[in-house]
Design a protein around this ligand. Sequence first.
Ligand SMILES: Cc1ncc(COP(=O)(O)O)c(C=O)c1O
Length: 451
Amino acid sequence: MPGERRSHLFYQTRRRRPLLDQARGVYIWDVDGRRYLDGSSGAMVCNVGHSNPRVLDAMRRQMEKATFGYRLHFENEPAERLAAKVAELSPAGMDRVFFVSGGSEAVESAIKLARQYALAIGEAQRWKVISRFPSYHGSTLGALAITGYTPMTAPFDPMMRAMPKVPAPRAYLDGLDPEDAETGRHYADMLEAKILEEGPETVLAFMVEPIGGASTGALVPPAGYMARIREICSRYGVLLIHDEVMSGGGRTGRFFAAEHWDVAPDICVVSKGFAAGYAPLGAMAAQDRIVEPVLDAGGFIHGFTYAGNPLACAAGLAVIEEIEAEGLMENASRIGGLLKARLKGLMERYPMVGDVRGEGLLLAFELVSDRRTMRPLPSELAAFDRLVEIAYDNRLIIYSRRTRGGYEGDHFLVCPPMIATEDHVDEIMDALVTSLNTFMAELAPAAALSA
Ligand SMILES: Cc1ncc(COP(=O)(O)O)c(C=O)c1O
């Protein structure tokens, strides 16, 4: 049993998991031969599926040449080619790319580039980075300061500079129609009010996940929101930073989720699906007009040792080539549409499924006590944890978080790799229904007691 195996490792909790043996496509096997369907692509990472032979070949070829070349000593071709590819996929003018090894590093890089740009253009009074509540931007202290998820941030409050927050546009919780442009305007105008309250001359940037990640559970912004926040940022000289660490890389059906609204940020960050779990990799893409003044002013004072190493970049390049060659963004749209419809179907069968949302294969459903008021389930049930465990026992991996800023509410991300087929959707739904039935059966005695 995993609980009996001795380990020197520790992670967030004492919970133990089986030892991984191998992974292929959408499946993972443990050392005892149990097969799991990876219904969350790890943590929304393994976009092209596990052990893709073409990606492995590209990595093998690169490994035989060189695995590491320090960026202050050598430039390398995989990094050059990958940067060119990112620039090609980015909105016009976003021609400059900076590599890192993960999402938090990418977010730190964006904050620091924004600040050094302000210094370079003589606007040293700008330092505040506004973000949303809830949100998740990473676990390093800089990224955490702009994260809106209290259980993760509170212990470190005294060590961080508090950054202003505006509410995430969760129309479904506020009883507003997400299709109505008035709703988008309502939430976007909260950003303008916050900029004015803080003093526009002090605000450096606004960081936003175009489609929400774990903290909001695949929240799709209401109509007009993305265009309006772009407008507001431009009006006050505030840099718009898109955190596409989770939503970027193709999973929503477009390489960047913001393409769904045709808006361009000033700076954008990606990671997770960018190298799809084959190597630790992330990137920041920025407008030329932001990078040039920083370089002219003496250089970008920032960097990480492993950044832009040839092996990680060869993996990232092979992942994008695989997505393009196999039409995986189109597949994510098609299979995502199917999976979303099937998840919506759960609402007819289970009154506690209160909302289904997302785009492509970045999807989530939320459990509530009362769909009319969206009252959450009692916090002590810890449904966000329990349902994931039941699904795990049914060999389906899904991902969850507390919905309401970390203390209550339960949403579940269902995000299989972009290679998923209709049969995989059937398999996911079968395991999910079995798991929901078990969860409901567990709830029944609790409900009877409290009646
Ligand atoms: C939107 C978003 N930003 C940043 C991060 C941080 O990425 P990492 O865990 O790779 O540091 C995450 C991770 O979940 C994320 O979802």
